[in-house]
Design a protein around this ligand. Structure first.
Ligand SMILES: Cc1cc2nc3c(=O)[nH]c(=O)nc-3n(C[C@H](O)[C@H](O)[C@H](O)COP(=O)(O)OP(=O)(O)OC[C@H]3O[C@@H](n4cnc5c(N)ncnc54)[C@H](O)[C@@H]3O)c2cc1C
Length: 477
């Protein structure tokens, strides 16, 4: 292929661009943020970000979630190293934290689960990771950036076999834009078209792909949403000599019955620059605020020793920063009967789910691998990329199933409930209990969370039997 255009230069777009650099003579990434300015924002980045600490990476406008805690799962690390060999060593060499499984402490409702060697994570601030991935991808000789905001797809003029043949964008020097993203007054005349054999939408959960397709007479993908109304509040704290055996602690809470006060969840991870990054998560009426006193009080009340100790003993650096996730959402491209050739969609633009499981970057990396598998197995850019979307669906389903079961258990969430939901919820509650009792069950659960195994592993007879045995033994005392 001659030219591939990737819309969006975050994790999904960068890794898709890396894959496409093996298949296209030229890869152009369209991104509105000034990528030369980010990553060098000095301590803490913008004044809105959690401040202090002296790292040379800052958050950027196009990735508002970038100031929140981002941990890289084991499979994400494998995929990063696949596409950018040595990437994880580079991250760790530059100061990211290797969180060996033995230093990852996970609590559910105050009960600590076994420590599982081999389930290692990488922890750093998100801009730190993204900057290094970006440097590697933009260093490839056939990858370049066009600074601007993607504003639509270009289709061939023919009605039979019409396909995507490029993307429009508004260069970022265009004057201020109105609500639709068009520059005030003269925007359309300033639109630039990039011709492409393949366009990859990696513009994140707010993608306008449905509108763009519809405008051209194509069906928009059906969107499934679960209205989770999740709030995150995150702060950086100075790390001292406390808790040398802890790199990450997560403290998840099972929802209380409707009408009762809902418990908070929290997580804390060591990040570069000798700091902890702590996040407090609450749903609906319990979404946390930026108030540092409230943040400390609520974290200190979490039934997980390390969270309490860090919240009460460590100094907060900078502000508490909030982020809201209104819904988990997925766009179902495999359900479309017609789809144009020359277009694929990756990352959060395809599916963006509850972040408490930390699977977003790993999913994005797996989508890039799906794209590679599609192109290597003879997938053509002049045909609809159905086989790509079928491969991607396996990844999306895996992450979605895991997060949906938790999302739908929240009393404020009212569906949509998939077939068999009650049975799945019944089993999930027992599996959760067994995770604290049988390290092998928990190891399998983590294999699924880390996207090394498919969720089916957890319902296979061998696992179900272990769950039943563990619960029986516990009930017998
Ligand atoms: C609160 C929170 C916490 C999270 N924690 C974790 C975690 O611990 N671990 C993990 O793996 N994942 C986590 N995630 C998920 C993770 O942030 C995403 O899944 C990941 O960034 C991949 O997203 P993406 O590249 O598809 O989109 P994004 O990261 O959202 O990036 C979209 C990109 O598209 C650009 N863009 C937008 N519009 C246009 C346009 N019109 N034209 C061109 N470019 C455009 C933006 O500037 C940006 O660069 C978390 C998410 C949230 C919300």
């Amino acid at each position: 292929m001659r030219t591939a255009v990737v819309l969006g230069a975050s994790v999904a777009g960068l890794l898709a661009a890396r894959v496409l650099s093996d298949h296209a003579e030229r890869v152009v990434i369209v991104e509105p943020d000034d990528l030369t300015a980010v990553g060098h924002a000095g301590p803490g980045g913008t004044t809105e970000g959690p401040g202090g600490g002296g790292v040379a990476s800052g958050p950027r406008l196009g990735v508002p979630q970038g100031v929140q805690l981002h941990v890289l799962m084991a499979m994400g690390r494998t995929q990063l190293d696949r596409w950018l060999p040595g990437m994880s060593d580079e991250l760790l060499g530059d100061g990211a934290v290797f969180c060996a499984g033995e230093r990852v402490h996970q609590y559910t409702d105050g009960v600590r689960r076994p420590l599982i060697p081999g389930h290692d994570l990488i922890s750093s601030t998100r801009p730190f990771l993204e900057e290094r991935v970006r440097r590697r991808v933009l260093g490839l000789p056939n990858v370049e950036v066009a600074r601007g905001r993607a504003d639509g797809l270009r289709f061939t003029a023919n009605t039979v076999d019409q396909r995507v043949c490029g993307a429009f964008y508004l260069p970022t020097d265009t004057p201020a834009t109105d609500d639709d993203g068009f520059a005030a007054g003269s925007a359309r005349t300033r639109r630039v078209c990039l011709a492409a054999d393949l366009v990859v939408d990696a513009t994140g959960r707010g993608t306008r792909i449905g509108t763009w397709l519809e405008k051209a007479g194509w069906q928009p993908p059906p969107v499934e949403r679960i209205a989770i109304d999740l709030g995150y509040a995150t702060a950086l704290l100075r790390r001292g000599p406390e808790l040398p055996d802890v790199a990450v602690t997560t403290a998840m809470a099972t929802p209380a019955p409707a009408g009762s006060p809902q418990p908070d969840s929290a997580a804390v991870a060591e990040v570069e620059g000798g700091r902890w990054m702590m996040v407090l998560a609450g749903y609906a009426a319990r979404r946390p605020t930026r108030d540092p006193r409230e943040f400390v009080e609520r974290c200190a009340a979490i039934p997980a020793g390390p969270v309490r100790e860090i919240a009460t003993g460590c100094e907060i650096l900078g502000d508490v920063v909030c982020h809201r996730v209104p819904d988990s959402r997925r766009r179902e491209f495999t359900r479309l009967s017609r789809f144009p050739a020359g277009l694929v969609v990756v990352g959060d633009a395809a599916a963006s789910f509850n972040p408490v499981y930390g699977q977003g970057m790993t999913s994005a990396a797996l989508h890039a691998s799906c794209l590679s598998a599609y192109l290597r197995s003879g997938g053509r850019v002049d045909e609809p990329a159905r086989d790509f979307f079928v491969r991607q669906r396996v990844v999306v389903d895996a992450a979605w199933q895991l997060s949906a079961i938790g999302d739908l258990a929240q009393p404020h969430v009212d569906g949509p409930y998939p077939a068999g939901f009650r049975a799945a919820q019944w089993y999930s509650a027992r599996l959760g209990r067994a995770c604290a009792l049988d390290p092998e069950v928990y190891r399998r659960f983590l294999d699924v969370v880390n996207m090394r195994e498919r969720p089916e592993l957890l319902t296979r007879p061998g696992t179900a039997l272990r769950v039943a045995r563990a619960l029986l033994a516990a009930d017998r005392g």
